[in-house]
Design a protein around this ligand. Sequence first.
Ligand SMILES: [Zn+2]
Length: 55
Amino acid sequence: MKLSEIEQCPQCGSSNVVYSEKKDEIICKDCGAITSELTPEMQKKLEKASEVLKN
Ligand SMILES: [Zn+2]
């Protein structure tokens, strides 16, 4: 599982998340959570990033 494959926020479950390649983080637009690493439990839930930031 890569960060770029996340499609849901692990904190609030929102699909309104973006992936920052520069920071290698997932950022939730709804709750503001920043995810830089995933637990195995998260990995089961999450699949694809809905949007990828290119900067
Ligand atoms: Zn969230």
